[in-house]
Design a protein around this ligand. Structure first.
Ligand code: ADP
Ligand code: MG
Length: 611
């Protein structure tokens, strides 16, 4: 006798579900993407399990697909999503769909509730995908059957039922028996006012939009079409012949057929929906920006996610492995970026020949300061059944590490050169990270130092290259004043800075925590050394020069005396003095205003008034 058990949701789950429903209210269609992504995950897990336990594929079929269909073409209001993936046991149904064992959940809830809702970003990162089905369906029924394995040779198909209004769910052995062979079937009962989801065309469009890029297993949709077929005419000589012939016959017939020569029949066909090559396998010039942005949303698992730039490249590591990859720079720092920098972040998805292998390449795979990147890599010539352990020692991965870091820096550089306005945003968001990058990736010091932007006494936004260009003659140090968290205008008011400013020098005003260690580490840039203006070692570029200059001038004054005397005499009445200088770089001479006299500008104003 099948017995049903009723479980109460943990209070956190009820709150989470409500939160998801409220936050995603205007993006209801994400439910389909989330369910398809779960189905895809389940198939990936099955494939991985099959690498070590061949029996799992025997249970049911070798078939690894996802099917989407409307029950009776939508007439019953039921939408069915079925996969032949890893499935869930009774315990897994309870745990995965009924509890949430994630640390920080309560804290997250509190924050989100206070803030009036969680954004899509939070929801994607918290993996609350399953609950999005309540956006369109007041009750959800999930039946699931895990594959038979040596440890679980006789699995039983169970069903989980929950409704969006209740605070409990029910689980019972499926009265239909083990109908699934293997995998999971989700039956949604679409709400009255969400009828749009009961059209196979609409479903097809949604799968195209959200899931073609992110799912790797075939998705089939049962399409229902009403088609007109010719009514066989009994007196026709080809009536009982091949229907193709009949068609040919009609096509070549010039007479317009009468309406009752046709009958309408409803045809149902399974059609493969995600048949386009995955985005990263296509040629960059054939992919539109729109498609890149759409793919980013899928990668970020967030409907509202925006990107500041991407890089799509292919290559060969030199060890005989060719690969294609897409790397994205998010428009927002990941939640807890600064905290999670010290832990493994799963931001690189490695696939081999289109099949997902792992997103856990180990803690140090990508330099931690780059953990905000979202990267998809697809390698062609790795053995498909590589285990993670052998993978980590594979030369390809070691080379890939280096390639990804370099490509990331190139991406920053490209935005800085081609899109200076976007780069201002990048710099604001990733400035601190780039400074840390300079500390952590010593091989890339030069490139990274060019990516930094600062506020200074001269400009609100300057690069070191610009600083060097604007240096005073003789200046050999890059001056900076650092104070973590201080306002730049306060830094500018420090006496150290004022003194330099008065002498015409530019001083960088640094207030990020990473600024000071970065500057000390950088030491020099384009031949200039970095110098904290409040510390010893500061040299005014002109003081040495002053000494040397004086000596040299004295010597030259003797040598040039005759010329100076002659010029003074010749220009009597036109100039007040003729002096020797070594301040000019390209011009042979200049007319300067006496320190007591009018400036050139003032002279012009006076002349205009007199006129
Ligand atoms: P996430 O996918 O981020 O883990 P979800 O809320 O989307 O979060 O899903 C919760 C869990 O339920 C999944 O981690 C998985 O263990 C399980 N699950 C959901 N759908 C399926 C499915 N079709 N087949 C097997 N397990 C599933
Ligand atoms: Mg999910």
């Amino acid at each position: 006798e099948a017995q049903s058990e009723t479980y109460k949701y943990e209070s956190d789950i009820s709150r989470l579900r409500t939160l998801v429903i409220h936050s995603l209210y205007s993006h209801k269609d994400v439910f389909l993407r989330e369910l398809l992504s779960n189905a895809n995950d389940a198939l990936e897990k099955l494939r991985l399990t099959a690498l070590t336990d061949r029996d799992v594929m025997k249970a049911g079929e070798a078939n690894v697909t996802v099917e989407v269909r409307l029950d009776e073409g939508g007439k019953t209001g039921q939408l069915v999503i079925r996969d032949t993936g890893i499935g869930m046991s009774k315990e897994e149904l309870t745990r995965n769909l009924g509890t949430i064992a994630r640390s920080g959940t309560s804290e997250f809830l509190k924050k989100a509730e206070e803030g009036g809702g969680a954004d899509g970003n939070l929801i994607g990162q918290f993996g609350l995908g399953f609950y999005s089905c309540f956006l369109v369906s007041p009750t959800v029924r999930v039946s699931s059957l895990p594959p038979a394995t040596s440890s679980n040779p006789d699995p039983i198909q169970h069903t989980f039922v929950s409704s969006s209004s209740g605070d409990s769910f029910e689980i019972y052995p499926d009265p239909r028996g083990n109908t699934l062979g293997r995998g999971t079937e989700i039956i949604l009962t679409i709400e009255e006012d969400e009828q749009e989801f009961l059209s196979s065309q609409r479903l097809k469009a949604l799968i195209d939009k959200h899931s073609t890029f992110s799912t790797t297993f075939p998705i089939y949709l049962k399409e229902r079409k009403t088609v007109k077929v010719p009514t066989p005419a009994p007196e026709s000589p080809v009536a009982d012949g091949d229907p193709d012939e009949l068609n040919d016959d009609l096509d070549s017939d010039d007479q317009t057929p009468k309406e009752d020569d046709f009958e309408r029949i409803t045809e149902e066909n399974w059609v493969r929906v995600n048949d386009k090559a995955p985005l990263w396998m296509r040629e960059p010039k054939e992919v539109t920006d729109e498609e890149y942005r759409e793919f980013y949303k899928a990668v970020a698992k967030d409907e509202s996610a925006e990107t500041l730039g991407w890089s799509h490249f292919k290559g060969d590591t030199g060890s005989g492995v060719s690969y294609r990859a897409i790397m994205y720079l998010p428009a927002k720092l990941p939640r807890d970026y600064w905290q999670t920098m010290s832990t493994a972040v799963k931001n690189v998805r490695l696939m081999v020949k289109r099949v997902f292998i792992t997103d856990d390449l180990g803690e140090d795979f990508i330099p931690r300061w780059l953990s905000f990147l979202k990267i998809t890599v697809d390698a062609d010539d790795l053995p498909l059944n590589v285990s993670r352990e052998t993978l980590q020692n594979h030369r390809f991965l070691q080379q890939l590490q280096r390639i990804l870091t370099r490509k990331a820096i190139d991406l920053f550089t490209k935005i800085a050169t081609d899109e200076p306005e976007t780069y201002k945003e990048v710099s604001k968001l990733y400035g601190n990270a780039l400074r840390i990058g300079l500390l952590e990736s010593p091989k890339d010091t030069v490139k990274l130092s060019k990516l930094l932007r600062f506020e200074s006494t001269r400009s609100e936004y300057t690069s070191l290259e610009e600083y060097v260009e604007n240096r005073k003659v003789g200046q050999k140090q890059i001056y900076y004043m650092a104070g973590v968290g201080e306002k730049t205008e306060d830094l500018a008011r420090s006496p150290f800075v004022e003194k330099l400013k008065a002498r015409g020098y530019e001083v960088l005003l640094l207030n990020l925590p990473s600024d000071e260690p970065m500057m000390e580490n950088l030491r020099n840039f384009m031949g200039m050394t970095t110098q904290d203006v409040s510390k010893k070692g500061l040299k005014y570029g002109d003081e040495d020069e002053d000494e040397a200059e004086k000596k040299e001038l004295a010597a030259q004054n003797i040598a040039f005396r005759p010329l100076l005397d002659w010029l003074k005499k010749d220009l009597t009445g036109q100039v007040s003095d003729v002096v020797l200088t070594n301040r000019l770089v390209t011009s042979p001479c200049t007319i300067v205003v006496d320190s007591m006299g009018w400036s050139a500008n003032m002279a012009k104003i006076m002349a205009a008034q007199a006129g």
